[in-house]
Design a protein around this ligand. Structure first.
Ligand code: SF4
Length: 361
C-alpha cells in the first residue's frame, strides 16, 4: 500500500493499534530523521506489540519514498539533489545555506511560466504530503534544517491538500517554526481561503513578476485570473492575520519587466503594505528567449524602489530563485538519459537562492 500521503501512514498506524501519542512520536522521529528506537524508554514499555513489530518495515517503506539520484553541491554551500520517487518520477530538492531546504510540491507544473523549465511539460503528477516531508527528512540526514520553503518544482496552490498536510506535520512534530515555513504561490483564491484555516499558518511568498495584468497573463499563462491589485489585497489580509510580511518575488527579465512603468506600479501597489520585495535577476536558460539584466541595472532598480519606500532585497546570487528556474536539473537528467550521459558529468547551472545574504539597498 502506498504511503505517499501522511493520512495513509496514520491509517496504517491506527490499524496496528497506535494511539495519538504513538502516531505523533513515529511521525516526529521520521520528520526529524531520527531512528524509531530513539529515546531512553524501551518501546516494549509503551507501544502495542503489533505496532512495534511493524516499525522496521515501516522505516523501510518511509525510506523508500524517495532515493538520491544525483547530488550537485555549489560553491556557496548550497546543494541540489535530484530525488527519484517510487514510481521513478524525479523532483529537485535544494539544501540552502543557513539551514534551509527548498522542496518540490509537484512533478512538472501547470502554470506554464514562460521563463521556467518546469512549466514546459505541464503537470506530470502531484507530490504526496509524505513525499514532501520525506524531502525534508532526507535533507536532515545531510544538514540541519530549520526553514522549509515551497519554492521548488510546482505550484503549491495546485496541490493544496498535500501541501497543507505536509505543513501541518512540519510545523508541529517536524519542529519547524511556522514563520520558517514559506508557502510560495503565483496567487490563487483557494490559498487565501484555505491557509488561514490551517492549524499551522506558514509565511507566504507571492510570485508577482509584473504589475501589469496583461503582461502577467502572458508570462504566467495559466495562473489563476487574479489581477495584481486583487492579489496584493488578498495577500495583505493574510500578512496581517499571520503577522508575517509577504515576500514578493520578482524575477527580473531584461527589457520585459524592468521598466519605469513597472517601478511606478510596484510603488503604487506595495507602498505601506506589510511586505518586502525580492528582486532576483533572471538566470538565462538555453532554449528560452529571456535575458538577465546586468547586475548594475538590477541594483539601480532595487535602490530606486528602496528610496521610494519599498523594502527591497536584491538577491546576491550568481543564479536566480529556485522557483524561477526550477526544473533545470530534472530536465537535464531526462536529456542525459536520452543521450546516455551521466547527469553528474554535465555542467549544472546554478539557479537557486544564493548562500550569501540578500543585499538590502
Ligand atoms: S515558475 Fe513556478 S509556477 Fe511558474 S511554471 Fe515554474 S514551477 Fe510553475
Amino acid at each position: 500500500m502506498s504511503l505517499a500521503q501522511i493520512h495513509l501512514i496514520r491509517e496504517r498506524l491506527r490499524r496496528l493499534g497506535a494511539r495519538p501519542t504513538h502516531e505523533q512520536r513515529i511521525l516526529r522521529l521520521w520528520a526529524q530523521a531520527k531512528p524509531q528506537n530513539s529515546g531512553r524508554r524501551p518501546l516494549e514499555s509503551f507501544m502495542p506489540t503489533a505496532l512495534r513489530d511493524d516499525l522496521p518495515q515501516l522505516t523501510k517503506d518511509l525510506n523508500g519514498l524517495l532515493r538520491l539520484q544525483s547530488e550537485h553541491p555549489a560553491e556557496d554551500g548550497s546543494v541540489r539533489w535530484l530525488l527519484a520517487l517510487k514510481d521513478g518520477q524525479t523532483v529537485e530538492t535544494v539544501g540552502l545555506p543557513r539551514d534551509g531546504v527548498c522542496v518540490s510540491s509537484q512533478v512538472g507544473c501547470a502554470v506554464g511560466c514562460v521563463f521556467c523549465m518546469t512549466g514546459r511539460d505541464g503537470l506530470i503528477r502531484q507530490v504526496g504530503s509524505a513525499e514532501i516531508v520525506a524531502q525534508v527528512a532526507f535533507a536532515r540526514l545531510h544538514r540541519p534544517v530549520k526553514k522549509v520553503v515551497f519554492m521548488g518544482m510546482g505550484e503549491p496552490a495546485h496541490n493544496l491538500d498535500n501541501v497543507m498536510e505536509a505543513i501541518e506535520v512540519l510545523g508541529t512534530v517536524g519542529n519547524i517554526a511556522h514563520k520558517s515555513l514559506v508557502f510560495s504561490t503565483v496567487g490563487d483564491p483557494r490559498v487565501f481561503e484555505r491557509l488561514p484555516t490551517g492549524l499551522v499558518k506558514p509565511a507566504m511568498a507571492v510570485s508577482l513578476h509584473t504589475t501589469r495584468a496583461d503582461l502577467r497573463s502572458q508570462l504566467l499563462p495559466r495562473a489563476p485570473k487574479m489581477s495584481p491589485e486583487e492579489l496584493v489585497e488578498a495577500a495583505e489580509i493574510y500578512a496581517r492575520q499571520t503577522g508575517y510580511p509577504i515576500q514578493y518575488q520578482w524575477t527580473l527579465l531584461d527589457g520585459v519587466n524592468d521598466s519605469e512603468e513597472e517601478l511606478d506600479g510596484i510603488v503604487r501597489l506595495l507602498k505601506g503594505k506589510y511586505a518586502l520585495m525580492n528582486m532576483i535577476p533572471y538566470n538565462a536558460i538555453d532554449d528560452l528567449p529571456f535575458k538577465r539584466p546586468t547586475w548594475e541595472r538590477a541594483a539601480a532598480i532595487a535602490r530606486t524602489l528602496h528610496q521610494r519606500g519599498i523594502l527591497t532585497k536584491l538577491r546576491n546570487s550568481a543564479g536566480q530563485d529556485v522557483e524561477g528556474g526550477c526544473g533545470q536539473l530534472r530536465a537535464r537528467a531526462l536529456q542525459s538519459a536520452l543521450k546516455d550521459v551521466p547527469v553528474k558529468d554535465q555542467a549544472m547551472p546554478v539557479h537557486f537562492v544564493s548562500a550569501k545574504p540578500a543585499t538590502v539597498l
